[in-house]
Design a protein around this ligand. Structure first.
Ligand code: SDX
Length: 440
């Protein structure tokens, strides 16, 4: 395949050629505002009878998007063009939600209006608390979240018509507002404490921490340092281009499924340890290592080709340099530990030493395996009092806005059609049925 650039200006038509044997096919090449060019091969099968083959989509762009840009080699992450470190430093999570949904930072009045509207959707239908009674107390909170987010479509029929922009907007606000309430309910349910209702005079993250940690028997005293850390963790996890769970949401949405069902599908995908479940797995790994003296043993296992063991919290499909979120996460981790007076967290000692060793080990350097966002988030969340099983739930709370923004962009794309990949078939060719009486 070679890309021919038309002699006209760079903005004119460009095309690339795919050659198989003595046949050539030309396909358009498009430029993004930044990042790799793409070749539009949507007509490849029709013209050549060939499929492309790209398991895991390592070289495939599934869509055009204006929401999030990642440069894996440079360690860059932009939400609508704004660097993640600036948003995490200067803004709050609801500002990031507005930016991801509408494409621009809100004016003061837009921010006030958005905060007001989200805040007034934070309560869930009272019947939801009875819905929770159906779960076992020891259910994994991600099972509860996947079930209860999907159940929202059973309670909010008036915002499931995806062809109605107003219903799409209401459903989006409802999910950004109600998912933290459901997450807090999942936590309270798992520890046998009563659900705590949201309070409209609190900001998003303080409200969430209060719903998790307040009890009816005493006044809740918010800790602004922890609330700020929670808000920053939500910003860092809000969106990340076409990752596995976002791609799941887009594919589910392409069939016209209602938004609550699509977000529930994304939540189910996020749960996997290779994806959003890595923060829980990373902390469990640090616990299993237990002491810096045992790190070499685990590094050896991670490098052993015959052992499927991987260092959780390391590596990334896109980042082949430092995950920019990991740097901010590490800083937040130290702030939270300092605020809570946690001086010598043995898990942090293991994490810091593991990071140092891994970053100098030729295996990790050669394979470009750096700590990702999940490496430090577990230590931070544990220090804040969350059980390990809640870590991916918190990731889902944050990523809900990213899933919705990407779903909204897909639904509003006039070129949108149902996603339907093909395959390389290597199974049996046609053969006749053999009655069971004749099978040996
Ligand atoms: C998230 O996509 C996103 O954007 C996701 C995310 C988001 O915000 O949505 O960023 C969130 O999911 C972060 C990633 C969290 N996952 C983990 O921390 C789990 C541990 N990491 C690995 O499972 C792995 O690194 C992945 C899944 C993250 C990435 O896998 P890739 O890109 O498919 O890489 P690969 O599996 O092809 O690995 C390349 C090589 C392999 O060795 P070889 O077969 O080439 O010899 O690197 C090795 C792997 O064995 N490798 C590791 C490793 N990760 C990859 N070896 C040891 N430990 C690891 N963690």
């Amino acid at each position: 395949m070679d890309a021919k650039t038309d002699t006209k200006t760079n903005t004119e038509k460009k095309s690339g050629t795919i050659t198989v044997g003595n046949k050539n096919w030309d396909f358009p090449i498009y430029d993004g505002t930044v990042g790799p060019q793409v070749m539009d091969i949507s007509k490849l099968y029709g013209e050549s009878g060939l499929f492309t083959y790209d398991p895991g989509f390592t070289s495939t762009a599934s869509c055009e998007s204006k929401i999030t840009y990642i440069d894996g080699d440079e360690g860059i992450l932009l939400y609508r063009g704004y660097p993640i470190d600036q948003l995490a430093e200067h803004g709050d999570f609801l500002e990031t939600c507005y930016l991801l949904l509408y494409g621009e930072l809100p004016t003061p009045s837009q921010k006030h209006d958005f905060d007001y509207r989200v805040t007034r959707h934070t309560m869930v239908h009272e019947q939801m608390s009875r819905f929770f009674q159906g779960f076992r107390r020891d259910a994994h909170p991600m099972a509860v979240m996947t079930g209860s987010i999907g159940a929202l479509s059973a309670f909010y029929h008036d915002s499931t018509d995806i062809s109605d922009p107003l219903q799409r907007m209401i459903a989006s606000l409802r999910m950004i507002a109600k998912v933290p309430t459901l997450a807090a309910m999942a936590y309270k349910y798992s520890i046998g404490q009563p659900f705590i209702y949201p309070k409209n005079d609190l900001d998003y993250s303080t409200n969430f921490l209060r719903m998790c940690y307040a009890v009816p028997t005493e006044d809740y005293k918010p800790n602004p340092v922890l609330a700020r850390a929670m808000d920053r963790i939500f910003i860092l996890h809000a969106d990340h281009e076409q990752n596995a769970s976002t791609s799941t949401v887009r594919l589910a949405g392409s069939s016209g499924a209602n938004p609550f069902a699509c977000i529930a599908a994304g939540c189910a995908c996020l749960w996997g340890p290779a994806h959003g479940g890595a923060n829980e797995a990373a902390l469990n790994m640090l616990r299993e290592i237990g002491h810096v003296d045992r790190i070499p043993e685990f590094i050896k296992r991670a490098k052993d080709k015959n052992d499927s063991y991987r260092l959780m919290g390391f590596g990334h499909r896109v980042y082949k340099n430092y995950d920019p979120r990991a740097k901010i996460m590490q800083k937040t981790c130290h702030e939270v530990l300092a605020e809570l007076g946690i001086k010598d967290d043995p898990l942090l000692d293991v994490a810091m030493e593991l990071e140092k060793i891994a970053l100098h080990d030729e295996y990790f350097v050669e394979k470009k395996l750096y700590p990702n966002i999940d490496f430090y988030s577990g230590i931070t969340l544990k220090a804040m009092g969350f059980p390990t099983t809640m870590f991916t739930v918190l990731f889902a709370v944050a990523r809900t806005v990213g899933w919705i923004a990407q779903w909204k962009e897909m639904i509003e794309d006039p070129k949108q059609k149902i996603g339907r990949p093909r395959q390389l078939y290597t199974g049996a060719t046609t053969r006749d049925y053999v009655p069971i009486s004749r099978r040996k």
